[in-house]
Design a protein around this ligand. Structure first.
Ligand code: AMP
Length: 631
């Protein structure tokens, strides 16, 4: 039996042979010439010359062997609907959607922006895009018009696919007005908009531009659209993620490498087998949704559950009832969701037959010990933490139980996965830290593994500058996470090195939130920091200096102003980014050179020592804030 250490070592030292074997997990139309082209670092090209198609691997190839088996299980506890699509039915629906796209003139390399709630049509849309070689860009439905507009301008989509509304906790959230506003403000105007009408909210239509999905589907019932086989290095999608600037980055992913990485991770990490059911509670707007709601499980021939709703509605047993009903074998969620469930009676869990479930995977934010032990105890199943990023597309650190069931260690997501040459480096010197238990920056030496981001969409320079030039003296990929490694090689993640915060497993840039708050006419200055929260991991807290502070003299006016600032964030970025608190302050703590002392602010909010304040311009500003929040 191979030990995991050997398996991992081989993925790096006998790289081509290793990945050639993994590449056999997917179908190729034409074999690749080269396994890995790393002649132009830090750019890595996997399997160039090989042609394949993501939709073929996720859908078509399963139709013969398991056409009648469930492929997509859609459950909405918001609308009370449940629908199962077999692989054969999914194949038909995807071709109808693909025919509609082709009718709009969409072809290879064109972008399609998908702004949708968790409905089956969103999955048809993603698969239809990659089927015809188009590049999809899914924008999380919780984002509002300014976020959407900036993504429209960057992706320049030919078509936008959207819906009348989403629903959260029984509350209808209309998408169409946000989309119309986004298109109105964006410089780029998509030629066509395809709208799925769920009958939740009224929609106004723009003549010529807006089209009804139901009608076009009806007109394409028997459509046959063959897969466009593309080079393995052809982009399959872009997905925007926050960084330290206000401008989100379009993480660009390839086709062949991604399919191989997902197939390999389904086998070695998630241990999901064809014919079983996978349930990831994420959203298609996030990378977990791309990799482990849509592509990973389907590539592996598994049924995948697409769930719209909360984990506690109608009650905290809803997820476990789905595990029982659909015999889920692998489940994937986030620590935040578990912390929400933890507030409810564990009897909800025990009321269901969970015998089909083998493991629960958690990712997206640090997994704290109480949360991990509570859910492990309640389920009586292994709980496996995994650490990764939008950029990586699949786990960087975890336990590959399909190779060797190494013990898990509380507080650690585990060890580097195949193909990841993870380094821990000294922040100041950039040198590798070899001794155990010393804090450093988590970095990755190239070539990066299959599935890893290719570049920043249309901005190679930004890719190189942002990710590869920030470690002194070395060309290393920077994860922007602090970490330590113990004597046995287990890593522990200690938080971000940049101004990115993690709210309920979702990554948000504090700069983006600050920029949206600054658009409020009465805001002179603002600082947003992430502060520890018992349920969401972190929440955003905003400190605002008003232009006209005199008009905000009484408590009522101040409260209205604070509420107004929150509303500004809601309408520009989305409720997800809304600060938990807005504090009106007279001044912000800054250094003498004018730099905001965010870390000091954050420390004060968390009741910690703000550290070295020798460079502070006005100590009074920080003292006033401490008094304000009662620290
Ligand atoms: P995103 O790109 O939105 O998935 O966010 C990725 C970031 O979330 C990482 O850079 C980490 O800061 C954090 N993160 C993800 N998974 C974990 C984990 N298992 N443990 C600790 N932090 C995590």
């Amino acid at each position: 039996m191979t030990t995991y250490a050997e398996f991992h070592r081989r993925s790096l030292t006998d790289r081509d042979a290793f990945w050639r074997e993994q590449a056999a997990l997917i179908d190729w139309q034409q074999p690749f010439e080269t396994v890995c082209d790393d002649s132009n670092p830090p750019f890595t090209r996997w399997f160039p010359g090989g042609t394949t198609n993501l939709c073929h691997n996720a859908v078509d190839r399963h139709v013969a062997a398991r056409g009648e088996q469930a492929a997509l299980i859609h459950v909405s506890t918001e609308t009370g609907t449940e629908r199962v699509y077999s692989f054969a039915e999914l194949h038909v629906e995807v071709q109808r959607m693909a025919a509609i796209l082709v009718g709009f003139g969409v072809g290879k390399g064109d972008r399609v922006l998908i702004y949708m709630p968790m409905v089956p049509e969103a999955v048809f849309a993603m698969l239809a895009c990659v089927r015809v070689g188009a590049i999809h860009s899914v924008v999380f439905g919780g984002f509002a018009s300014a976020s959407l507009a900036s993504r429209i301008d960057d992706a320049e989509p030919t078509v936008v696919i959207s819906a009348d509304a989403g629903s959260r906790s029984g509350k209808v959230i209309a998408y169409k007005p946000l989309l119309d506003e986004a298109i109105a403000t964006a410089r780029h105007k998509p030629a066509s908009v395809l709208l799925v009408d769920r009958g939740l909210a009224a929609m106004s239509r723009v003549a010529e531009r807006d089209h009804d999905y139901a009608a076009l589907r009806e007109a394409n019932l028997d459509a046959q659209v063959p897969c466009t086989f593309v080079d393995a290095t052809h982009p399959s999608y872009t997905l925007y993620t926050s960084g330290t600037t206000g401008r989100p980055k379009g993480v660009q992913r390839d086709t062949g490498g991604y399919a191989v990485a997902l197939a390999a991770s389904m086998k070695h990490v998630f241990c999901g087998n064809a014919g079983e059911t996978y349930f990831s509670t994420s959203d298609i707007g996030w990378v977990v949704g791309h990799s482990y709601i849509v592509y990973g499980p389907l590539i592996a021939g598994m049924a995948t559950i697409l769930y719209e709703g909360l984990p506690i509605r109608p009650d905290a047993g809803v997820w476990w009832s789905l595990v029982e009903k659909y015999r889920v074998s692998v489940m994937f969620s986030a620590p935040t969701a578990v912390r929400v469930l933890k507030k409810h009676d564990p009897a909800h869990l025990r009321a269901h037959d969970l015998s089909s479930l083998r493991a629960l995977f958690l990712a997206g934010e640090p997994l704290d010990e109480p949360t991990a032990s509570w859910i492990a105890g309640a389920l009586g199943k292994p709980v496996i933490d995994n650490y990764w990023q939008t950029e990586s597309g699949w786990p960087i650190l975890t336990i590959a139980g399909g190779v060797e069931a190494l013990p898990t260690r509380f507080g650690s997501p585990g060890v580097p996965m195949a193909g990841y040459d993870v380094r821990l480096v000294d922040e100041a010197t950039g040198e590798d830290i070899v001794e155990p238990n010393r804090k450093g920056i988590v970095a990755i030496a190239g070539p990066t593994p299959p599935g890893f981001m290719q570049t920043v969409w249309r901005d190679d320079a930004r890719f190189v500058e942002t990710y590869w030039k920030s470690i002194p003296g070395r060309l290393l990929y920077n994860t922007f996470d602090w970490g330590i490694r113990d004597a046995d090689g287990y890593y522990f993640i200690l938080g971000r090195t940049d101004d990115v915060i993690n709210v309920a497993g979702h990554r948000l840039g504090t700069r983006e939130i600050e920029e949206s708050i600054s658009s409020h006419p009465n805001v002179a200055e603002v600082a947003v920091v992430g502060v520890a929260d018992p349920v969401k991991g972190q929440v955003a807290i905003a400190f605002v200096v008003a232009r006209d502070a005199a008009g905000l003299g009484d408590a009522g006016a101040r409260m209205r102003f604070e509420g107004d600032v929150m509303k500004t964030v809601d309408t520009r970025l989305g409720a997800l980014a809304r600060p938990a608190r807005v504090h009106l302050v007279a001044a912000l703590p800054k250094t003498r050179s004018g730099k905001l002392l965010r870390r000091a602010l954050q420390a004060v909010c968390e009741g910690r020592d703000p550290g070295d304040l020798t460079t502070i311009e006005d100590p009074g500003a920080l003292q006033a804030i401490r008094a304000l929040i009662g620290g």
